[in-house]
Design a protein around this ligand. Structure first.
Ligand SMILES: *Cc1c(COP(=O)(O)O)cnc(C)c1O
Length: 497
């Protein structure tokens, strides 16, 4: 069936789109992919006059064929309205000779809102037809997904949510955003270790078939709000299309002229959505993949070898402190002409040996579409300072990693217009940004530094961050990763049963 989603590791594992969203991960541990994606062609000409919301409606209808059109429109209207503080949802701005696409105008001030304002709406709609079913969302976060998922799923009927973040390895502001979360169905917990520990702990629960069977008897399914869920990935295709059409409308590029996108990357969700847009006909020349010092993707795209055995660096762009990029599996699936056996063999190697090498043919194919680079913390800070001085534009550290890598790329490649994706508000990382611009030893807490940054640059603090100061801390749990199953069972009893 061409409208079914299958697993990256076996074409025999097939489900409907709505079940792919509810279950998140395929039963064989693979990720859900739509084989027919290569035949879906974006109606770009028609989209030229559409609003952000209508582009979203069109793309969702193409990729979630079993959902009703009116239901999709309702979901989109609920997800992208006054909860964003810019009517364009993702405004495109000029930055020097290039462009920056701001993805941080949602309620939690990071790009995760684009996926996570919509995913809960989709789940709510799907669950309306399954009255006896409940879902527990489990999410590992490197800082921004957690809050965005909590904000999206707070008090959604038939759904509970547990967020796991690496203890001491998210920014103070990110932590505060999460531990002050209200809602009768929310749980937030620190895990001792780094993001990969949190993510692998969550994955062990998804692979625990005994637990799944036991929960099924209570009518509870486990699901994820990470970008392994297609319900979060699909909404991210929209802003690539929207940005492209804006460039055409502003007569910056000719119709069907190719552009480059530069994407600050961790779990490879954001870039993958762009690759989907390209597969569906968006004229993209290259994706520029920007990493911080955790440059496992840089090594992979330059050498063809993925090796997760390497030191973990804590950087000033914590949402990209990731060594295991889950969504790379989907890219390899499509780029290998949907060879599930080959993907299984690579992932087996990764599991057993911590590394794999792709064949030359696949490597060559990736070379035609991707360029990779990375930035140290120092280069990141220097970029923040330089762009503020030269253009008066304030970048957060993640965006600045992208900027640095984009400059390296542009030094040799100037043929195409390049769009840099800005993934967070600079106010989410005010101490790092302030220090980068003013070279001062910073004193004071996050809030006083936000104010200092606001006064000195004459820009506004986003309201959701400003308001955080008044909120009470409601979540204090810290656990070892071995204890995650017990924790989840306890929370299911508390918030769902
Ligand atoms: C999550 C995140 C990233 C990385 O995005 P991926 O989809 O995981 O590649 C980059 N920047 C910020 C601010 C983020 O929150």
């Amino acid at each position: 069936m061409k409208d079914l989603y299958s697993s990256t590791r076996s074409k025999e594992v097939q489900v409907r789109d709505v079940d792919a969203i509810l279950n998140s991960l395929a039963e064989d541990g693979g990720l859900y992919v739509l084989d027919d994606l290569i035949n879906k062609v974006l109606p770009l000409k028609q989209m030229l006059t559409m609003s952000y919301q209508d582009i979203a409606n069109t793309i969702l209808k193409m990729l979630l064929p079993s959902m009703q059109e009116e239901a999709i429109m309702q979901c989109v209207a609920n997800a992208y309205g006054s909860n964003f503080n810019d009517e364009h949802i993702t405004p495109l701005k000029k930055l020097g000779g290039q462009y920056v696409l701001e993805l941080f105008h949602g309620p939690t001030c990071a790009f995760k809102d684009i996926g996570l304002q919509l995913l809960p709406q989709l789940m709510k709609t799907i669950l309306k037809n399954e009255q006896k079913q409940q879902v527990m969302i489990l999410t590992a976060t490197s800082g921004d997904t957690g809050k965005a998922a909590l904000a999206g799923f707070q008090d959604v009927n038939q759904v509970g949510i547990s967020v796991f973040y690496p203890d001491g390895k998210v920014s103070e502001m990110q932590k505060l955003q999460m531990v002050t979360q209200t809602g009768r169905n929310t749980a937030v917990c620190a895990i001792q270790g780094n993001f990969d520990d949190a993510q692998s702990a969550v994955k062990t629960i998804f692979n625990d078939t005994m637990l799944a069977q036991q929960l099924m008897q209570d009518g509870v399914t486990l699901s994820s709000a990470n970008s392994i869920n297609i319900g979060r990935l699909i909404p991210q295709i929209v802003y690539y299309v929207y940005a492209y059409l804006q460039l055409v409308k502003q007569e910056e590029i000719a119709w069907m002229e190719e552009v480059d996108f530069c994407v600050p990357t961790g779990n490879f969700g954001n870039v993958l959505a762009g690759y989907y847009a390209k597969m569906m006909g968006l004229p993209v020349h290259k994706f520029i993949i920007a990493s911080n010092e955790n440059n496992v993707l840089y090594d992979f795209f330059t050498e063809g070898t993925y090796n997760r055995d390497r030191p973990f660096h804590k950087t000033i762009s914590p949402s990209m402190d990731i060594l295991i990029s889950s969504n790379l599996e989907r890219l390899l699936y499509y780029a290998s002409n949907q060879d599930a056996d080959y993907i299984t063999s690579l992932l087996d190697k990764l599991q057993k040996e911590g590394t794999y090498k792709i064949n030359d043919q696949l490597k060559k194919r990736l070379d035609t579409m991707f360029y990779a680079g990375y930035a140290s913390d120092e280069e990141t800070s220097t970029s923040i300072k330089k762009v503020y001085k030269d253009c008066g534009y304030i970048m957060d550290p993640h965006t600045a990693v992208g900027y640095k890598v984009m400059q390296d790329y542009l030094a040799k490649n100037t043929k195409h217009t390049c769009v840099l994706l800005s993934t967070a508000s600079p106010y989410k990382f005010a101490p790092q940004v302030y220090q980068a611009i003013y070279d001062e030893d910073i004193k004071g807490d996050e809030f006083s530094l936000m104010e200092k940054l606001s006064k000195s640059t004459n820009t506004e603090i986003p309201k959701p961050l400003q308001d955080l100061r008044k909120l009470k801390v409601l979540h204090n749990d810290v656990i070892k990763k071995e204890d995650i199953a017990d924790y989840v069972q306890k929370k299911i009893k508390e918030v769902l049963l």
